[in-house]
Design a protein around this ligand. Structure first.
Ligand SMILES: C[S@@+](CC[C@H](N)C(=O)[O-])C[C@H]1O[C@@H](n2cnc3c(N)ncnc32)[C@H](O)[C@@H]1O
Length: 219
């Protein structure tokens, strides 16, 4: 099945609210568990960058899991960043910095990070190299890279089945978003080719019927 692009930024207020209030407990806690296992250092202390942070659930979970880290979290949607700022409790305010900016145009003031994470953003990008080039730009030797995204199913009917399996209790707008995202996602083969083209060495692993996990340490 051919890839079908979906709108890059999530800016519609209804869409933002539906996404921010959806139940992502399972995939988001799994992302953080896998990230923790990969970092394998409970007292990990450094600067983190969350690319395409949306309403900030992953950024807050990361902040909770790594209390010694500071986090820059960026998103091109003003509505998403406003939601993220409002949803973050004061305990995180000193370490969690939400930035409104579109990648790759926005220049970050920090030159490089100790860890770069991103969940569910790659499939939004018309050109996937944006993500891999931003990762390269803001990393240094030893930077940990942890990325999770959806995988494109083999057919439209498989995409519909996945929506029924995992989003049937969610509002219609979210079901439609999930369906659009599945059609916009990449295959394992395409992600491996993107990474090879970017000249980075990262492990690409299929971790569920709809998710891919990409991880590695910059040489
Ligand atoms: C599906 S949401 C994922 C949000 C969050 N990472 C999570 O896991 O809940 C994708 C987000 O990527 C943002 N996005 C897409 N393209 C972007 C770009 N070029 N620069 C910054 N943010 C972008 C969208 O606005 C949206 O908030």
């Amino acid at each position: 099945m051919q890839r079908e692009l979906e709108p890059e930024l999530m800016e519609d207020a209804n869409q933002v609210n539906a996404y921010a209030e959806a139940d992502f407990e399972k995939p988001h806690s799994e992302f953080i568990q896998r990230l923790k296992a990969f970092v394998n250092e409970p007292k990990f202390n450094g600067k983190a960058l969350d690319l395409g942070c949306g309403p900030g659930d992953i950024s807050r979970r990361f902040a909770k899991a790594f209390p010694l880290c500071t986090i820059d979290a960026i998103d091109g949607s003003k509505a998403m960043i406003d939601y993220a700022v409002n949803a973050s409790s004061p305990e995180f305010k000193s370490r969690l910095n939400f930035i409104h900016g579109k990648l790759p145009d926005t220049e970050l003031s920090v030159e490089n990070y100790d860890i770069i994470l991103s969940n569910s953003v790659l499939h939004h990008l018309p050109d996937p190299q944006i993500l891999w080039q931003v990762v390269k730009k803001y990393s240094k030797p030893g930077t940990r890279i942890v990325i999770m995204d959806l995988l494109r199913p083999g057919s439209v009917s498989m995409a519909r089945t996945l929506v029924e399996m995992y989003a049937i209790t969610e509002p219609k707008i979210l079901q439609q978003d999930f369906y659009n995202s599945l059609l916009a996602a990449f295959t394992l083969k395409e992600i491996n080719a993107q990474i090879a083209q970017a000249g980075v060495s990262l492990a690409v692993e299929k971790i569920s019927d709809r998710h891919v996990f990409v991880s590695g340490i910059m040489p």
